[in-house]
Design a protein around this ligand. Structure first.
Ligand code: GDP
Ligand code: MG
Length: 607
């Protein structure tokens, strides 16, 4: 297929708008997927995606489509809708796409993420095809959504397609618009100077890192030698393939195409998203580098026991290859030993990462409570400053590094600018939520007769945990929420310490605002009581601020033998119970001489 007949696009939208379902239909139309195969969301290949029903990785597929006596190659990237995975969207919009299909749910209308995605696509100069999905639904009101698109984004109603991805209605027309309206990639086949842009990478046990690349110029064949612009390292091309979505081998990839290149890359740090690859011994201009998003929340990650430290390190490295905005640095903890401190875009991102470690890399580490990074100004007094290596401002994202409050001059915490779109009936509750979370209203605009757009400045630590879930549940799913980073502001902070049988456990401690600390303390203590199983000894849970106990709970001691009530002496049943108990213990970690289940650290944070 010639360059003029190639289209590289991304499908973008808020969560549940039907991106993955539309991708399924496109695969069917082009014959890549059999009709009525019963398979859904085929591009969601990861176990975690199937289990949670959400897309977390931007996945690319190459399709052939015949239109007006011509054959077109359409490379489609299905992207995630949740804000925690916006690095994936940024990546696919920046590196290979020349256009985007923007989906809007006919039932829910324009959402906060729709605006965020739209402006991201516009900022990359991408051609946008607006598509209203789910017109089959009873309450769908595509005309109203079309009006909103005109009003809010100045989108011409004549350009708006109306489809049902589920039933297939209007889906072919999406392809026609893609072909007619989206420009073909800027790619040059006449040159001998091969250049390719690294889009994504994943680890393959046998072949090392497999790199998804957009071939910008020239062509590449098996056995040729390529070089990375960023690292200078060279590799021999061992395998070439395109994704249909199954891997199909190729001998050659040409400018305009997107394909996988296997070159026995063993060190996963060498695959840098946005890097330029070229033929060894040639001189080229590098392609635009990709600025990945910076993590906002940080958590400790530790092996279940220290013998698994190296295995965990390897697993993390392999997974980070496929999730490039996660940052990793070594860390140690008195209770949990040697581990790592990882940075994520949010709590969901962190949970998905942990689940993927387990499902794809067979690693079941302990992850501690996430924290944002605070900036703390130390009193400008010699004896005090020297305790902090003479640093005037320290950055703290780990409660164990929280300074003595007497040494502190001023606290600063990161904030975000949040956009919330809500139907009128939920406005009161949404505003109360924002106030409870220490939000400061910036604007409130009526979008139309029944919907309001709010902008709030909110502390990041109040939004990372469950703010999104709250917005959704308060509004029966109709309000939507998105945020962007904002500056640090002066604040007040305390360290909420958790003690188990009088032993402080930093891994369960957290930094919070004094206004919420009592509520948080009670919630934490109660939640721990629920999560930690009864044991041989009584367990006292105390939540303290500045050595003052502000909440407490007790877990009563257990009887010696779980099976002793099973009189009648059914031996097999008795054995089975003891075995279950022993296996349960394997999933625990000894902290302060208490068995604590491995997922306690994250579960305590959820209501
Ligand atoms: P994504 O998060 O944007 O990828 O959305 P999905 O493709 O995973 O779809 C979310 C839900 O909406 C699924 O339950 C789909 O079956 C459903 N859905 C998608 N498209 C349509 C449609 O056109 N009509 C109806 N009624 N439901 C749809
Ligand atoms: Mg999806």
């Amino acid at each position: 297929v010639k360059v003029e007949n190639i289209r590289n696009i991304s499908i973008i939208a808020h969560v549940d708008a039907g991106k993955s379902t539309l991708s399924d239909r496109l695969l069917e139309i082009t014959g890549a997927l059999k009709k009525n195969s019963g398979k859904t969301q085929v591009l969601d290949t990861l176990t975690v995606e199937k289990e949670r029903g959400i897309t977390v990785k931007a996945n690319c597929v190459s399709l052939l489509y015949h239109y007006k006596n011509e054959t077109y190659l359409i490379n489609i990237t299905d992207t995630p809708g949740h804000i925690d995975f916006s690095n994936e969207v940024a990546r696919s919009l920046t590196i290979a796409s020349s256009g985007a299909v923007l989906l809007i749910d006919a039932n829910h209308g324009i959402q906060a993420q729709t605006l965020a995605n739209y402006s991201m696509a516009v900022s990359k100069n991408l051609k946008i095809i607006p598509v209203i999905n789910k017109i089959d639904l009873k309450n769908a009101n595509p005309e109203k959504v079309t009006e909103d698109l005109l009003m809010m984004l100045n989108i011409d109603p004549d350009d708006v397609l109306k489809i049902s991805a589920k039933l297939g209605t209007g889906v072919e027309e999406v392809l026609h618009h893609v072909i007619e309206k989206i420009p073909h990639p800027q790619a040059d086949r006449s040159t001998s100077l091969f250049r390719a842009h690294l889009i994504d990478s994943h680890y393959d046990r046998y072949r090392g890192a497999l790199n998804l690349m957009f071939i910008k110029d020239g062509e590449i064949s098996l056995d040729q030698e390529i070089q990375s612009y960023e690292t200078g390292k060279t590799y021999t091309v061992r395998s070439l393939s395109i994704l249909t979505p199954d891997e199909v081998k190729a001998n050659k990839l040409k400018a305009g195409q997107i394909g996988l290149i296997g070159c026995n890359m063993r060190n996963s740090k060498d695959a840098i998203i946005g890097d330029t690859y070229f033929l060894k011994h040639t001189t080229i201009e590098p392609l635009q580098a990709f600025k990945k998003l910076q993590p906002l929340v940080f958590a400790g990650i530790y092996p279940q026991d220290n013998s698994q430290h190296l295995a965990l390190k390897n697993a993390i490295e392999k997974l980070v290859l496929n999730d490039s905005c996660v940052t990793v640095s070594p860390d140690t903890s008195p209770a949990l030993g040697h581990g790592f401190r990882l940075g994520f875009l949010g709590l969901l991102h962190m949970e998905v990462f942990s689940q993927r470690l387990e499902q794809e890399h067979d690693s079941t580490p302990i992850i501690t409570a996430p924290n944002v990074t605070y900036k703390i100004k130390i009193k400008d007094i010699k004896g005090i400053l020297s305790k902090y290596n003479g640093k005037n401002i320290i950055e703290v994202s780990n409660p164990k590094h929280f300074p003595n409050p007497l040494d502190v001059e001023e606290y600063f915490e990161p904030t975000v600018i949040a956009t919330i779109i809500t139907p009128q009936p939920y406005l009161g509750q949404i505003i109360s939520l924002c106030v409870e979370k220490r939000g400061i209203q910036q604007t409130s605009v009526n979008l139309d007769n029944d919907r309001i757009l709010l902008k709030y400045i909110l502390p990041l630590n109040e939004v990372i945990l469950d703010f999104h879930d709250h917005v959704k549940s308060l509004s029966s799913g109709f309000a939507s929420f998105d945020y962007e980073e904002n500056e640090y502001v002066s604040s007040n902070l305390v360290k909420l310490e958790i003690l188990l049988n009088s032993v402080p456990v930093d891994e369960l401690s957290m930094i919070c605002h004094p206004r919420n600390v009592e509520l948080r303390a009670r919630e934490l203590a109660a939640k721990l009581k629920e999560l930690i199983p009864r044991q041989m000894v009584e367990i006292r849970i105390q939540a303290c601020v500045a050595n003052k106990v502000i909440a407490r709970e007790t877990i009563k001691a257990f009887r010696k033998d779980v099976t002793q009530w099973l009189y009648g002496g059914d031996v097999t049943r008795r054995k089975k119970l003891l075995k279950q108990q022993a296996e349960g213990k394997k999933k625990m970690r000894m902290i302060a001489n208490i068995h604590v289940p491995r997922d306690t650290f994250i579960k305590v944070l959820k209501r």
